[in-house]
Design a protein around this ligand. Structure first.
Ligand SMILES: Cc1cc2nc3c(=O)[nH]c(=O)nc-3n(C[C@H](O)[C@H](O)[C@H](O)COP(=O)(O)O)c2cc1C
Length: 359
């Protein structure tokens, strides 16, 4: 059994987190991962997009008619009820990027107040993961609660901001990951040991992790657990559409592209829609290629909105399919329970066989 700071601190069986994956709902996936003994995460971003200047999806398509507060209440109740038998542990993910400040405030306040009213939630909704922005302004807010706080970072500079904010652990997410990634590329092999060396906080590894070998590698680099996004898309319980799951399964190792997304660079599976978005990024925002933060562009935002809306119709070439480089290493669609048990057992085997392998 792999016991680490993460399993002990959060009270989960396996040191595996399902990373927040907005803007669509991940409520079923969250419940399945929590039931299986990992840390399930409710993705909050889609619930708040109407309060943000960068709105890539229509929240009604995602959650039906309602307000941010209603979506939040319903989603938390859904996961709480679905995991009632297992008593699974879960958390929430909220981006805190500059474009999402008003929405983030509504969502984080909402989570705190819903949780405060319910004794079962206080024991089971234990974690908040912030991402895509500066955690320092949120410290006072989050530190008033007993939530365990992780912040996602893409570089050593950002890890220092997370330490300053007083988070409990850092999630270091490498550039091979799916969806939002950093302006300047730092991949997991360089990022994770760099952050481990430069910080006294526990580090959770993300970006490119999808099986026992990559989990074992994350531990070798000094991590106390892993967060996976792309791998969890291709699971039976993931809420996403079939075109998305098949897009991950069918991809090979050279099938992702990076273009301008809602909060910054985004990694997509290569198809007609993502090629169009990347071409427009190169044409309209050439500084993007120099790793410089560039303003969100209306024309690109429209392409993004259209591409996300096409997912619902399972349109293989017109959908924008978010996914990481790990897609090239994924070729099945297990249940979350089978997946987590398999990859953790494989990681243990790899770690136990190291001395033999290297002598
Ligand atoms: C479809 C998709 C959507 C994502 N959305 C979010 C999000 O809303 N918030 C966030 O912090 N990270 C988001 N991520 C990043 C994941 O939480 C995770 O850190 C990342 O996927 C890890 O890299 P991997 O894809 O190689 O596993 C998303 C990733 C994917 C693939």
């Amino acid at each position: 059994m792999l016991k680490t700071w993460l399993t002990e601190q959060v009270g989960i069986k396996y040191p595996v987190i399902h990373g927040g994956m907005g803007p669509y709902s991940t409520n079923n996936l969250c419940a399945a991962v929590a039931d299986a003994g990992g840390l399930g995460i409710i993705s909050l971003i889609g619930m708040g997009v109407q309060h943000s200047e960068a709105t890539p999806v229509d929240p009604v398509l995602v959650f039906g008619e309602g307000t941010t507060e209603e979506y939040l209440e319903k989603s938390i109740a859904f996961v709480q009820n679905k995991t009632a038998v297992s008593g699974g542990i879960f958390g929430v993910n909220c981006p805190v990027s500059a474009e999402f400040m008003e929405a983030a405030k509504l969502l984080i306040d909402g989570v705190i107040s819903i949780r405060d009213r319910d004794e079962d939630l206080k024991k089971r909704l234990k974690v908040i993961i912030t991402s895509a922005g500066d955690p320092v302004p949120w410290a006072e807010h989050i530190r008033k609660t007993d939530l365990i706080w992780f912040h996602v970072i893409p570089s050593i500079y950002h890890a220092k901001r997370a330490s300053k904010a007083g988070v409990d652990a850092i999630i270091a997410s490498g550039h091979e990951g799916g969806a939002h990634i950093s302006w300047q590329p730092v991949h997991s092999m360089v990022l994770i040991p760099g952050v481990v060396d430069s910080s006294s906080l526990p580090v959770i590894a993300a970006g490119g992790i999808c099986d026992g070998r990559t989990i074992a590698a994350a531990f070798a680099l000094g991590a106390v657990g892993v967060q996976m996004g792309t791998r969890f898309i291709a699971t039976q319980e993931c809420d996403f559409w079939d075109v998305w799951k098949q897009g991950i399964i069918k991809s090979s190792d050279r099938d992702t592209l990076v273009g301008r997304g809602m909060f910054g660079p985004m990694r997509f599976i290569k198809n007609k829609a993502s090629l169009k978005l990347v071409e427009k990024t190169a044409l309209l925002l050439p500084d993007f290629l120099k790793g410089e933060p560039v303003e969100l562009n209306e024309e690109i935002l429209e392409i993004e909105k259209a591409g996300f809306a096409r997912l619902i119709d399972n349109d293989e070439s017109g959908s924008l399919i978010l996914g990481g480089e790990a897609s090239g290493r994924i070729d099945d669609m297990p249940t979350c329970k089978d997946l987590i048990e398999r990859i953790v057992a494989d990681a243990e085997k790899v770690m136990n066989s190291m001395p033999e392998h290297c002598s």
